[in-house]
Design a protein. Structure first.
Length: 302
């Protein structure tokens, strides 16, 4: 699961939607079990998540109290209800780590991970719904400026430079993350991986346009909630619709593009895994066992 999500992001199938602080706070919390951070980081996830959110919203004192308390409650729920599901996924992965995989299995795993991402986002909606109608003009402007700042960073990572430089950067990132699970890739694996990236339908400009659409959608919803002084039920309904549009774009062309990229990513991950030597697969199993140990320790520390 961790390797799949990291690789698909870097190969282009699942770029992190950086507009999602509106509804995506607990991606940070989820990432703690999916991206190799420590038990200490997980236990401090409410504080880390608050800092991340506050960088966008610039909360006032009343909002700060509500968000901090709700993040603590959300972590308790995540530890009790979600970590067992993560442990179950890890058990499946460990059982298959030494075997060959199919693209269907890989895509099924991606869908299961997506479900684990969506669940805490939906659970956080009441918190954002309570705050959104009361955001000030200054806070909305702060959010917009933060989007602009992060957009510049995204362009530097994925749009700037020559085509060869962009491919080399994507390859370097994908290889680093792959090697953190399997160990060093062989030269022929690196060559093959670069060829897959060159052949991919990945389009950074298209993904950037979708990211901008999501940001404008989020800002428009927040402004409408503030102008109408929506009650919590109305706000939560609007934010739920926003969340759904983030995972299923209203742009049919983009949805078709994303489906192709995800399928290509699943095939690439599968073929790369199947090319791994027994030693590389053993290292993957060790890494998964380390994740499993962390998850079970966190589950026990309720």
């Amino acid at each position: 699961m961790p390797f799949l999500m990291r690789f698909l992001k870097r190969s282009g199938a699942l770029h992190p939607p950086r507009w999602q602080p509106i509804i995506g706070t607990l991606l940070v919390l989820l990432a703690l079990t999916g991206c190799g951070t420590t038990r200490l980081a997980y236990n401090n996830a409410p504080t880390l998540s608050f800092w991340w959110l506050d960088a966008y919203f610039d909360f006032d004192s009343e909002q700060t109290l509500r968000v901090r308390n709700d993040l603590q409650s959300l972590q308790s729920w995540h530890r009790k209800d979600e970590l067992p599901l993560v442990a179950a996924e890890l058990a499946k992965l460990k059982a298959r780590a030494l075997q060959n995989a199919t693209p269907e299995q890989t895509c099924k795993l991606a869908a299961d991970v997506q479900a684990r991402v969506t669940a805490p986002l939906e659970r956080l909606l009441p918190t954002i719904a309570a705050i959104a109608p009361k955001l000030s003009d200054a806070q909305l402007l702060h959010i917009e400026r933060e989007f602009d700042k992060r957009n510049r960073s995204w362009r530097e990572d994925y749009l700037d430079g020559t085509p060869d430089e962009r491919i080399d950067q994507r390859l370097k990132q994908a290889a680093e993350r792959t090697e953190s699970f399997y160990g060093r890739l062989r030269p022929e694996q690196m060559k093959w991986l670069r060829a897959q990236m060159l052949a991919s339908d990945y389009d950074a400009n298209l993904q950037y346009r979708e990211m901008l659409r999501r940001q404008q959608d989020a800002l428009q919803v927040l402004r409408q909630l503030r102008t109408s002084q929506a009650n919590p039920v109305q706000a939560q309904t609007a934010l739920q619709a926003l969340l759904e549009r983030s995972f299923a774009s209203p742009d049919a062309g983009y949805r078709q593009y994303l489906a192709r990229i995800l399928q290509q990513g699943c095939s690439t991950v599968t073929e790369l895994h199947n090319s791994m030597s027994p030693q590389q697969r053993a290292k993957l199993l060790d890494a998964l066992q380390s994740y499993d140990d962390d998850v079970r320790a966190l589950m026990a520390a309720r």
